[in-house]
Design a protein around this ligand. Structure first.
Ligand code: H2B
Length: 90
């Protein structure tokens, strides 16, 4: 069930550095090395698999761009917030 824009705008405030762009929750994480970004991608992948909810990831030099949306619903849902909570929790 897609969330309303108001609900999304309210909830995203609790997540430092996250933005809403084109129906996706997005954040760029920055690291001191390329391999730290690779490790981070693997950590996110494990969380995604356990939730069966998968982000789009762009691995760059010393950075990882994360974008989350619920493809089955065509927009942002509670599942997206659960995934970013897990990503931030580590
Ligand atoms: C069957 C499987 O659980 C579904 O296809 C899952 C897989 N991962 C998913 N990930 C995301 N981001 N959105 C989905 O709708 C989704 N659906």
């Amino acid at each position: 069930m897609k969330m309303s824009d108001q609900e999304i705008a309210s909830r995203i405030k609790s997540f430092a550095g996250w933005e809403v762009q084109d129906d996706r929750l997005t954040k760029t994480f920055r690291f001191h090395s390329y391999m730290e970004g690779v490790d981070f991608v693997n950590q996110i992948a494990a969380a995604a698999e356990s939730l069966q909810h998968h982000p789009d990831l762009l691995l760059g030099y010393c950075q990882v761009k994360v974008a989350v949306t619920t493809h089955d619903e065509g927009g942002i849902t509670e599942k997206d917030f659960e995934l970013i909570r897990r990503i931030e929790r580590g």
